[in-house]
Ligand binder design. Structure first.
Ligand code: NAD
Length: 307
């Protein structure tokens, strides 16, 4: 299959690498020039569970000309619209798109560029990191839950599910993926911003009663808003899931800490706690913790002069 990976950071490199290895034609699209130059000059260096250098095709999104059959989106949330705008010329009536970005509401942006029935939304527990331009850190294993918006459901995307499974990506077709997307957003919404703001590992942050009160209040706000939108969410089950995830990942700094504190990059806060605050405002549901956390993260971005 011919596959574009739109956004070839840590996760884009992981998916591109695995899909190319299993025999697909993969083109990485990215705008970080140092990363493009490094991969063009030396190939993609994979470290972590293996140490390997793989030649990969990478170009800027505006340089893509071949019509897209299947695109996997892996930008950061705030880069999504710009990426779709740049790749508009290669999107046709048959182009299928899979979005596995963290956060909420991406389907509203994607729908402006892709036919509704060609959109797949999902969530993944695969992880990846970047050591620097052209160097991806791949460790551990993961799964993907995805759902197609097509009326035919799984049958409409069986070739894509099979292709991704042949690459070892462990896809589960989910007839109702939205609750899983919200559940992952709860994990991000309780750990990412809080650990970035307190400069703590997940274990350090989750160690106090005060922190657990914050975590539970954030989850409560997510559940109130999601439920009002018709998403089936079980608050206690989400609390248990978040606590369990925090235990497993206790020694790690979440990605927002890495982005904001370690690398001084903008965060995805507007698509996590910020999305819940915006949706809450529209629905007349108060979300003071999500709003406060969003404002604090933006204040920190401003203090660090990140643009
Ligand atoms: P990433 O930050 O590695 O890459 C996203 C984009 O930012 C890419 O275009 C990349 O080239 C660019 N970029 C990265 N570092 C840069 C730098 N120093 N300077 C300039 N540009 C840079 O993002 P990611 O981790 O691949 O995440 C993509 C999406 O997947 C996000 O929505 C994220 O929340 C989600 N996600 C990530 C993981 C993970 O383990 N990394 C897991 C699940 C979901």
């Amino acid at each position: 299959m011919f596959i574009y990976i739109a956004g070839a950071g840590a996760m884009g490199c992981r998916f591109g690498y695995q899909l190319q290895k299993s025999g697909n034609e993969v083109v990485l699209l990215d705008s970080w020039q140092a990363h493009i130059d490094a991969i063009k000059a030396h190939g993609l260096h994979i470290v972590g569970d293996q140490d390997e250098v793989v030649p990969m095709t990478i170009m800027r999104p505006e340089e893509a000309h071949k019509q897209a059959e299947f695109i996997i989106l892996f930008t950061k949330a705030m880069q999504l619209q710009d990426m779709l705008e740049k790749i508009k010329p290669v999107i046709g009536p048959e182009t299928k798109v899979l979005c596995l970005l963290n956060g909420l509401g991406h389907e509203d942006v994607i729908s402006k560029y892709i036919k509704h029935e060609n959109i797949m939304m999902g969530v993944t527990v695969w992880t990846a990191g970047l050591k620097g331009p052209g160097e991806a850190i791949l460790q551990g294993k993961g799964t993907i839950n995805l759902q197609s918006f097509a009326a035919a459901g799984e049958a409409a995307v069986q070739d894509i599910v099979d292709t991704m499974n042949a690459a070892g990506l462990n896809v589960i077709y989910d007839n109702d993926v939205v609750p899983s997307i919200w559940r992952k957003a709860c994990v991000n919404g309780t750990m990412n911003s809080t650990c970035a703001l307190t400069d703590a590992t997940i274990g350090q942050f989750f160690a106090s009663e005060a922190a657990i009160r914050i975590v539970k209040t954030i989850i409560h706000e997510f559940v109130l808003v999601g439920t009002a939108e018709g998403v089936k969410l079980n608050e206690q089950e989400i609390v248990d899931y978040v606590m369990h995830t925090a235990e497993i990942a206790a020694r790690h700094y979440p990605s927002m800490h890495q982005d904001l504190i370690q690398n001084h990059r903008l965060t995805e806060i507007d698509y996590i706690n910020g999305a819940v605050a915006r949706k809450g405002a529209k629905l007349g549901i108060a979300t003071p913790y999500c709003q406060m956390i969003t404002d604090l993260i933006h204040a920190k971005e401003s203090i660090l002069n990140i643009k």
